[in-house]
Design a protein around this ligand. Sequence first.
Ligand SMILES: *Cc1c(COP(=O)(O)O)cnc(C)c1O
Length: 437
Amino acid sequence: MKPSTDLNDTLMARARQVIPGGVNSPVRAFRAVGGTPRFVQRAEGPYFWDANHQRYIDYIGSWGPMILGHGHPAVLEAVHQAANEGFSFGAPTEREIELAEAIIALYPSLEMVRLVSSGTEAGMSAIRLARGATGRDKIIKFEGCYHGHADALLVKAGSGLATFGNPTSAGVPPEVVQHTLVLEYNHVAQLEEAFAQHGADVACVILEPIAGNMNFVRASTEFTRRARELCTQHGALLIYDEVMTGCRVALGGAQSVYAKLIPGFEPDLTVLGKVIGGGMPLAAFGGKRAVMEQLAPLGPVYQAGTLSGNPVATACGLATLREISRPGFFDALSSKTRQLVDGLQGAADAEGVAFSSDCEGGMFGFFLLPELPRNYSQVMKSDSARFNTLFHGLLERGVYIAPALYEAGFVSAAHGPDDIAQTVGAAREVFRTLAAG
Ligand SMILES: *Cc1c(COP(=O)(O)O)cnc(C)c1O
């Protein structure tokens, strides 16, 4: 299969000379799975082609944004037109209002949003806003949830229950994370204890409602309900980081899924990114008017961005939202994703490979574990050598999934039945080798 001159190897060698590790975001480097990253030449629909002109069925979709597949005609048209009118002005545009209105229309918990350029920026700003609005310092996050690479969030659990965390990155002073409490996901009693000890000082609880940065782990209904009740009771803000799940698990995000299980359920602040930019650098955070009006220039919480609300990015986001808002879009995407996940589960079962899987809307996860994990330490019980065999087996067969076992997968509207059948067939072959080995 491998050509005598692998152009991906050539490009990686060149990239390593000028870019740390050859990549501009660490997971792209294939460090977890080994081998050479595929340098993408171009993409169309559900596929991309690497430097060797090898085609792959893409289940990453730029880590979520490409929900329509690559190069959707209506989105391309909107982007071309916007680019012709100008790239960036540093002055307000009507399209920013349109996108804000479109997002608010989809999320009943939002009355106002501010647009920024990355999920990291949105999450960091939402936390600053929560601290500014409550006048409190402490924040609660959960192990395995990722909210971007802001200093205060690069933290792992401390030594004991309800102790404050330790930095997970060099360059983050311990003082910067001394107000960040890291708890176990889905652990209701631990959250209750944390509020009992620190409730009056907690500015916010931030979480991924369906955690996609530890593969795919749902918050239980009970955990969701208690997090809401405890925040309300103690005057803390509940922040839903829906950068991945927003407009992906459902048009109204994971909060719309939980609102069906818990009547009246709403977070106080929501962080969005990925799909709302349709593949362009665009993210947002929003909430109720009274909280959002604490932001500069109205209020004391400072936040700004040269490229925020960029006219080309907003055009791309608006065109994407328009397409995914069409009647039946999410039903079709959900059933396609379900078909893929059921196919993979069936193939694993047929070959006798321990496997568990789940999906919601256009997002899925699977584990080489007999049961779905509920928190990070359970996810990390996965055998990484077996996952790597699966990853490379699929890659050789033209199927590209995330190069790390703790990442979710994404189906787009462009994936067809043949793509899914090819994927399931490839997986079955690899499961056979896993079962034998
Ligand atoms: C991707 C992601 C982020 C960070 O967004 P960037 O645009 O990569 O900065 C934050 N939170 C969640 C849940 C994400 O999945």
